[in-house]
Design a protein around this ligand. Structure first.
Ligand code: ITT
Length: 238
């Protein structure tokens, strides 16, 4: 495997994965490409995911990895990720990217979609106290090898725990718990107050981490490093 493609249309994921993989892989590891680096990138079509009860993170990651491996004829690494909120029975889950519309396509730009999703999440959690706002980011990765047909050869998973912070009107003056906050990352990052010991004392949001810290601690960092280990083990077996 001399080259590997990060199979996502989300430029923020490409940025995060490029640097996580660069750090985790030995020198002499495969060259990491984004879809945009490929000749004919504009002719690639986005594999259709299941943003409803048929979907799972693993199922969607497999669909994306296989869909892009078939089109590019290269090993493809896809990630399906999202936010699970306990008080909402695990939602938004697989509809995280289209939560504001219940999973339906919006035609909106990513940033506008993120804003609408974040507003809906805070609205849906109105009146829920902090101790019941537990949540986590989940990332499942799938590596597909090209072929006839292309096949998923490895998967991995990572999680990043926290709680959804409070809007100012519900925080009773506890400003350290007020969200949205922070300018880094993407998606729901400004809403998740991180509770894992290395990430702070439950008052920092994921959008307040530096890119390096987020990559070191996040669901995506954990899943990607587990994947690199599995790729190493697979190569050693051959
Ligand atoms: P691709 O399908 O092309 O990979 P996408 O952004 O649509 O790009 P997903 O289907 O995996 O990706 O949806 C992920 C959504 O979950 C994303 O839009 C965010 O709302 C949320 N999410 C995932 N990882 C996140 C992170 O690190 N920080 C904040 N939100 C995240």
């Amino acid at each position: 495997m001399r080259r590997i493609v990060i199979a996502t249309g989300n430029p923020k994921k490409v940025e995060e994965l490029r640097s996580i993989l660069a750090e985790a892989m030995d020198e002499g590891g495969p060259e990491v490409l984004g879809l945009a680096d490929l000749p004919g990138a504009d002719r690639l079509t986005e594999p259709e995911e299941h943003h409803d009860e048929r979907g799972s993170f693993e199922g969607n990651a497999r669909l994306k990895a296989i869909g892009y491996a078939a089109q590019t004829d290269l090993p493809c690494l896809a990630d399906d990720s999202g936010l699970e909120v306990d008080a909402l029975g695990g939602r938004p889950g697989v509809i995280s990217s289209h939560y504001s519309t219940g999973g339906a396509e919006t035609g909106l730009h990513r940033e506008e979609r993120d804003g609408a999703n974040n507003r809906k999440l805070l609205e849906d959690l109105k009146g829920v106290p902090l101790e019941r706002r537990t949540a986590r980011f989940v990332c499942v990765m799938a590596l597909a090898m090209p072929g006839d047909p292309p096949q998923v050869v490895l998967t991995s998973r990572g999680e990043f725990e926290g709680r959804i912070g409070l809007p100012e009107a519900e925080a009773g003056g506890r400003m350290e718990l007020v969200v949205p906050r922070g300018g880094g990352g993407f998606g729901y990052d400004p809403l998740l107050l991180l509770t894992e010991p290395q990430a702070g004392a439950g008052t920092r949001t994921s959008a307040e981490l530096s890119p390096e810290e987020k990559n070191r601690l996040s669901h995506r960092g954990k899943a990607a490093r587990a994947m690199v280990e599995r790729i190493g083990a697979m190569r050693a077996e051959r």
